[in-house]
Ligand binder design. Sequence first.
Ligand code: MF3
Ligand code: CO
Length: 280
Amino acid sequence: MISIKNPSQIEKMRRAGALLHDVLMYLRSQVRPGISTLELDAMAEKMMREHNAIPSCKGYEGFPYTLCTSINSEIVHGFPSKRRLEEGDILSIDTCLILDGWQSDSAITVPVGRISAEAQRLIDLTEECFWKGVRLAVAGNRVGDISSAVETCAKSYGCKPVRALCGHGIGREMHEDPEVPNFGEAGHGPRLREGMVICIEPMISAGTWQVKCQSNDWTYEIADGSLSSHYEHTIAINANGMPELLTYPEFSWETAEFDERGVPKISQNDSQNAEKEEKL
Ligand code: MF3
Ligand code: CO
């Protein structure tokens, strides 16, 4: 059953999303060669708790940490560890929190120091897959429209969406209906309508779409060891039927400028850098 949220519930989800955005942008600024993912996990938990939020991955079906930190060929649900990040790694940070009873969920993939051109291309095309999907997340369209746009975009670069895991509805629960796969057919699946809140989360492999689970029973990696990338936002279909990015509050469809791929010219990362430069 797909739950529909009223405007005051969406306002609460907006606050949760804004906090999660701040947490992820802070973590992004802390990623560098030599830091461990366990240190990032501690920072995230502290920041969430300081803002009266609950780190909702921690304890979810027994998951032991605040963050899912997945490195290189790991696609999702990586365990933070003492392992230090190395120059050239790509790190996906995926996390959820609950604020005032409402969940939020977002993921970014971050370069560690200087990375290869192939790795940067994979990060960029994963974000492009998200933007190709989210612009179709308007009232009246169907979930399959998003899925097919993500898949088509990935394949246009010779990359594959992972099939074992998918996006989802979100609200009081982290995972609600509907499922939002990263592959599928346009015109199929549940119809989107005002008040639905979903997570769109392309998980893209540079090689095979097949995954294997590590011995911790949580972490998925790409079966052939290829690099992979993940990008996710929580979005609400608002009163004018448009997808509002709850975990990217400074983005607005009215004011954003898009490049020829349909990706905002100012990325989440650039706007943060711009802010930093202003402060210097
Ligand atoms: N953010 C993940 C998702 O999109 C949730 C991770 S599962 C958890 O579904 F156990 F880590 F919470
Ligand atoms: Co999710």
